[in-house]
Ligand binder design. Sequence first.
Ligand code: URA
Length: 246
Amino acid sequence: MEKDVDINKVVRQHLEMDDFFTGGFAVKGKAHASEPQQQADSAAVAEAAAELEKIADEVRRCCRCGLGSSRTNAVPGEGKANARIMFVGEGPGADEDAQGRPFVGRAGKLLDKVIAAMGLKRSDVFIANILKCRPPENRDPRADEIINCFGYLQRQIEIINPEIIVALGAPAARTLLNTTKPIGQLRGEFHEYYAGLGSPPIKLMPTYHTAYLLRNYSQQNRQRVWEDMKKVLAELGLPIPEQRKK
Ligand code: URA
């Protein structure tokens, strides 16, 4: 049965989120590189983008599990091929399934605000999910689905090689860190994600999923997410935008 929606709460959330998370902040760019270096960099980025597109094509044709036949669209993920930050969620919901793009529903709009509050644009980061297809009725991902799907995300991480992964919510954090600890215990501290034996670990910051934040809407939870994002910015040497006073 559909739950009653408290319209006032929804409106208040939107207004307060705007106030709390929005800011127009400059992002520190990379130091100037020589022209040959710039050419080599842009060739590497183009190659990474082409590799990511290949994975996206595979994902769109994937039928490794039952979700391949129930989905409208697969949602491979999107963003900058050389992003410094990668956000990883659980799996597509109804809006994402309809559009084939990650985080475009209500939780996605809130993620956009978190990213804006960090002084970044959505196009500065890469956004993906553990599962590339929507589980029916948004049920929790099953182990066999995660096992079949996880390889796509692992390859995306290897190609992008972000400096930091932000795991949104327990399923993402637990899968990436191979743990069963609750998100409340994991969040707020950097952990390490190992992309492969030969590569150094990537720093991983677990935080609350924006869908959880919408359901458990409190100043304290928003502040916790903001504290986690401040640690991410500090680790990257990016300026920490001031929070707007309410
Ligand atoms: N929730 C997720 O975990 N991922 C999405 O893409 C959208 C909502």
